[in-house]
Design a protein around this ligand. Structure first.
Ligand SMILES: *Cc1c(COP(=O)(O)O)cnc(C)c1O
Length: 421
């Protein structure tokens, strides 16, 4: 459910015609709907109503500080995976007490930043990381609250690049060694063990893998309590998938996910944290683009867009599907033709779709990639010396540029030529 609908033959974002944004900002450009972001956050928040909980937005999916402020003001916490994300969350006004720090390779400098600025907890992923955090906390004279991320060895049944909960993945400690590692943590100075963390992957389209992982967490909670640890908090990670196509079977809803959490873990009396990213941001954003050329090829036509893999890498990186729709609503019953939809970058990988049925399009027409809010702008680069793609936030009938497109001078002047050249 989003707020990007055709009205009077035009595609709108809430109460703003997207063509107006394209005129004002140019293309390519990301556009986010504030109402959709808030609605998705609320769905998760309500799914856990009645349980002590915090919904921490996985801001690696979309980290513009305007979006973080919108969600933070609504009560969201943040799941950060780097010192840079921590500082972004703080710049957006999110208090440290609502920030959890995940990630397999936190450096001492990042730990220092978060410990001195205030942090809800670190989700620790290995013994060496635990020792480093203990040292940093002791040196600062503070205590670091931690959960330990366990790897439940569950198959998330998702794309290999975003599956994280199998024993061959780099994440967490094997659940079989958890009791020993929790004992080690309890003995280290500067740490306070508060709970268990688990995150098995992204774009999961069924609840079964979550349920299997959470059942293991429930069992482990009982064992750890018997060992004398005060397990009061469970961080259940993110990963709930979204529909990327209209024809897709619908993935489970946040309410169903919440019900499953109550069922598997509700009896433990723990505070629950979840870290959704994609489901909050994915369908809350579009990437606008203009058709530069329509090129006839051998047995196929190419739609060459001004957006490229550097702006939206998901198709190239994860073989991801994005619905691509014209900003002018196609006439009902118009004949569709297959196009290969590509960007201008000098790689065949710069292909968004092959033989995609589309209504007839011409140079100058505007299109929108749907479901591009998550893992879109955050993964953009300047490959081919293309300017970093701008971002726009819509709320009701207002819109604002929340990251401006840089100028060529700005891009080039970041480099410098040594005096000896
Ligand atoms: C990526 C990630 C998330 C968010 O995953 P989504 O699929 O976007 O919900 C949450 N927690 C951790 C630890 C992650 O690495």
């Amino acid at each position: 459910m989003d707020h990007f609908l055709y009205r009077d033959g035009q595609l709108w974002a809430e109460d703003v015609a997207l063509a107006e944004i394209a005129r004002a900002v140019g293309t390519p450009a990301y556009v986010y709907s504030a109402a959709t972001l808030l609605r998705h956050f609320d769905l998760f928040d309500q799914a856990l109503a009645g349980i002590d909980h915090l919904v921490c937005f996985a801001m690696k999916s979309l980290s513009n500080i305007a979006v973080l402020k919108l969600l933070g003001d609504a009560g969201a916490g943040m799941d950060v995976v780097s010192g840079g994300e921590y500082l972004r969350a703080r710049a957006a006004g999110v208090p440290g007490a609502r920030i959890v720090f995940s990630g397999v390779g936190k450096t001492r400098a990042e730990m220092h930043t978060a410990l001195s600025g205030g942090i809800r907890q670190f989700n620790v992923e290995s013994e060496p990381e635990m020792e480093a955090l203990s040292e940093v906390a002791v040196a600062l004279g503070v205590t670091a609250p931690i959960t330990i991320r366990v790897n439940p060895d569950v198959d998330a049944q998702t794309h290999a690049k975003i599956a994280t909960g199998k024993s061959e993945n780099k994440f967490g400690i094997p659940i079989s060694r958890a009791r020993a590692v929790f004992a080690m943590a309890a003995a280290l100075p500067g740490l306070r063990v508060v709970g268990i963390d688990v995150h098995i992957g992204s774009q999961l389209t069924t609840l079964a893998p979550f349920a299997a992982a959470y059942a293991k967490v429930a069992e482990l909670t009982a064992q750890l309590r018997a060992d004398g640890h005060a397990i009061t908090r469970l961080d259940l990670g993110g990963g709930l998938g979204i529909p990327y196509t209209r024809s897709n079977e619908a993935p489970p809803l946040p309410a169903e996910y919440g019900a499953m959490i109550r069922q598997t873990l509700g009896h433990l009396g723990c505070e629950i944290e979840i870290e959704p990213g994609r489901l909050i941001a994915g369908n809350a954003g579009l990437l606008l683009s203009e058709v530069i050329y329509v090129k006839s090829g051998e047995g196929r036509d190419f739609l060459i867009l001004d957006a490229a893999m550097n702006d939206l890498i998901r198709p190239a990186m994860y073989d991801a599907h994005h619905d691509i729709v014209p900003l002018v609503e196609p006439v009902a019953g118009v004949e569709q033709r297959p196009y290969d939809i590509v960007g201008p970058i000098c790689e065949t990988g710069d292909t968004f779709a092959r033989a995609r049925p589309m209504p007839p399009l011409a140079a100058g027409d505007l299109v929108a990639f749907r479901s591009a809010g998550a893992y879109g702008a955050v993964m953009a680069s300047e490959y081919n010396s293309r300017l970093l793609v701008p971002e726009v936030l819509v709320s009701g009938d207002q819109f604002a540029v929340i990251r401006a497109r840089p100028t060529y001078d700005e891009m080039i002047s970041r480099d410098s030529i040594p005096a000896w050249l």
